[in-house]
Design a protein around this ligand. Structure first.
Ligand SMILES: C[S@@+](CC[C@H](N)C(=O)[O-])C[C@H]1O[C@@H](n2cnc3c(N)ncnc32)[C@H](O)[C@@H]1O
Length: 383
């Protein structure tokens, strides 16, 4: 264990850190340069549910909750890169108030999106109040940029299962070698390829193959332009008078599965499962734990590998685990005992190479990774 180091001396030098203490204390120290190193601050504060939860108290007068948040948001600004993002998750209770507050602190024109995210499965909710209330399944993810240089990187997503299924039923053939000239393409049933590989020809194996090779899995459809043409080969390249490129396939147009299975990312996220959330990371944290897939989506939308992610309300450490898995650096702040019982345990397991569930990742890449565990006034090495 090295001798204690004042926190401020290494704010810019040691990226991966658990800070066990009140986040305001550290946020107020502020970096010494004009702007900080943080690309993404993800805030998942107590939602002010009015309840005493297992791991933290969540009961304040609304005005107190707002001043609590205001102080932290204002202090946070100094930590952010000018091309960074502040993302906050919240439910109905304080959403509107938090949004107005964040508009004020970060600028209304910097509010990029209010994402609605499904955070519970209707089937998993108790039916006792279902006759007099709507079941609560959604939360909000508020996305603010620090300035005009901040660029989101939305990912194309797979279409919903029902739509996808319709395409997969028809796209049952594959080009053996798409790098060959078009005239030489051999197109064979996927079933035959799987048989040749000694793999089962069942729905799951077919689906996996179709999605993995979507850029050479094909189907054909009618096209008036191509219908009247003839070639000596089964396939040929045709350029239309408008300059569009088609693949002629025995009098019809060849379509590629890869052009049809994705859709643009929207601001309504209903596809992330919350089933078995308690098991993720090997630490149960009732009330408040977020799915690793949700955090992965937020991190991929706002950061690149190597960027620094800060979570001032770290809870069970989901953000740290996902940042590590995705090759981002991380800073976590947590004032409760869970800094040790959950966050440290979760990350130690990850770095020991234990199977911890959640987002899949390359286990070997993380084994032996290191971090610092800090208490308010000194830094001490993690064992
Ligand atoms: C909703 S939970 C976060 C859950 C986390 N996103 C996860 O996936 O596990 C909020 C956390 O903020 C912590 N917290 C509340 N006030 C804090 C403060 N002033 N400083 C640091 N942590 C605080 C609470 O102890 C609680 O663990």
């Amino acid at each position: 264990m090295s001798s204690p180091t004042p926190v401020t001396s290494w704010i810019h030098t040691q990226p991966c850190t658990i800070w066990h203490g009140d986040n305001l204390e550290l946020l107020r120290m502020g970096p010494e340069t004009s702007y900080g190193p943080v690309k993404l601050a993800y805030l998942d504060p107590p939602y002010n549910t009015g309840r005493e939860l297992e791991h933290y108290a969540d009961r304040r007068a609304s005005a107190d909750w707002l001043s609590f948040m205001r102080e932290r948001l204002v202090a946070l600004r100094a930590w952010m890169r000018p091309d960074g993002f502040v993302v906050a998750q919240i439910d109905d209770k304080e959403h509107a108030y938090l949004q107005v507050l964040m508009d004020e602190v970060f600028g209304r024109s910097n509010r990029l999106h209010t994402v609605v995210v499904k955070m519970a499965e209707v089937s998993g909710l108790k039916l006792s109040h279902a006759d007099s209330r709507l079941m609560k399944t959604k939360e909000y993810v508020l996305i603010y940029r620090m300035g005009p240089d901040a660029r989101l990187t939305p990912e194309r997503q797979l279409k919903p299962e029902a739509q996808l299924h319709r395409y997969l039923r028809y796209y049952t053939k594959v080009i053996e070698d798409p790098s060959a000239p078009v005239e030489a393409w051999r197109i064979v049933p996927i079933r035959k390829v799987l048989e040749g590989l000694g793999r089962p020809v069942d729905e799951a194996t077919m689906r996996a193959f179709q999605l993995e090779h979507a850029d050479r899995v094909v189907y054909r459809t009618n096209n008036k332009l191509l219908a009247g043409m003839t070639f000596d080969t089964p396939t040929a390249e045709v350029i239309s008078p408008q300059g569009r490129r088609y693949i002629w396939w025995e009098g019809r147009q060849m379509l590629f599965l890869s052009d049809h299975i994705h859709e643009a990312q929207s601001d309504l996220w209903t596809d992330i499962s919350t089933i078995n959330l308690n098991k993720e990371g090997g630490v149960a944290f009732r009330n408040g734990k977020k799915p690793e897939r949700l955090l992965a989506r937020i991190l991929e939308l706002t950061t690149a590998p190597g960027d620094l992610v800060l979570d001032p309300f770290a809870g069970s450490g989901s953000t740290g685990a996902v940042a590590a898995k995705l090759g981002r650096s991380w800073w976590l702040m947590e004032k409760g005992r869970q800094a040790t019982t959950h966050i440290r345990t979760r990350l130690d397991r990850l770095f020991d190479g234990d199977e911890v569930g959640g987002l899949p990742y390359e286990v070997d890449r993380l084994v032996g990774a290191d971090y610092r565990f800090l208490t308010p006034h000194v830094a001490e090495e993690a064992p």
